[in-house]
Write a protein that binds this ligand. Sequence first.
Ligand code: PMP
Length: 359
Amino acid sequence: MERIYNFSAGPSMLPISVLKEAQKQMLNYNNSGMSVMEMSHRSKVYEEIINGAESVLRDIMAISENYSVLFLQGGASSQFAMVPLNLYSENKTADYVNTGSWAIKAIKEAKRYGTVNVVATSEDTNYNRIPALDKSKFNPKADYFHITTNNTIEGTRFTAIPDTGDVPIVADMSSNILSEVYDVSKFGLIFAGAQKNMGPAGVTLAVIRKDLLGKALDITPTMFNYKTHADENSMYNTPPAFGIYICKLVFEWVKEMGGVAALQKINEEKARILYDYLDESKMFRGTVEKKDRSLMNITFVSANKELDAKFIKEAVSNELIELKGHRLVGGMRASIYNAMPTEGVIKLANFMRKFEAEN
Ligand code: PMP
């Protein structure tokens, strides 16, 4: 069977060259006589892999030396607890922007350990936009300010990073890391699950400003303390070794593609193809306010639920899969992360056009 165009929200497509490289090295990595899955994480050969992953990531994201790069486990969902446990260091209070499902989960965890001030929410419009931020609502004494840069389920993204003064910004970048250029120095902490733009599920990335380390609440479990992992180069315990190796290959692929800026251009073009069609279509429409549209997760609906279901079913027969929207939002969602080729997006747009003409 040919490779299929998979529009899943994550895990999602990986670059074919990365998969082929991993295949080539599967039985015998670099003349070690074994696969990466079988080698000791303390071995020299593995050390080169994890250090290489970090160094290429630092390069493509322009991460300076005053940040630690951590390869963790537990998914971005564990970060929802790890963030407050580590950063509620002064006043045990944080500002959060409620932009939908993942922000809600993050808020719920943070409330266990301190006070959450929701500075803005788009709940009133079912999270179809990024709410306007009123700086006078920001708490200057907050320990941190949390945003979800891209909202995977709702299909929105922040197009500007708020100015929070001295309050460190914590960003959940799970679904748009490496898809557009960010100035890392604007953030205190960036975290992301790997399974969209970086590699297989099981690796969770955290990039944390070093001055924020070492202030965790006393109750913080050792494994949930960023400092534990920063001090041990992400090797306090056995890291998700194979996943980190695939991430390294993906980081190298990003670099070969011309870096994040080059991918951003491609991503903008891919998203434009779909949004332009949605704007001209008489059958489909995008569900999100235009100014806040995600480049990664394109959410849309047709005239009714029956037609949505028919569309999703016929798409599968055309080798366009995983287009069903999240159950909380309904309709359709096309997730077009870095590894989704432009041809896949064009094929989807053409299929939508044909479907509209026939129905
Ligand atoms: N935050 C965002 C924005 C996400 O999209 C996801 C996963 N889809 C998560 C957090 C949770 O990630 P994980 O499944 O790795 O815990």
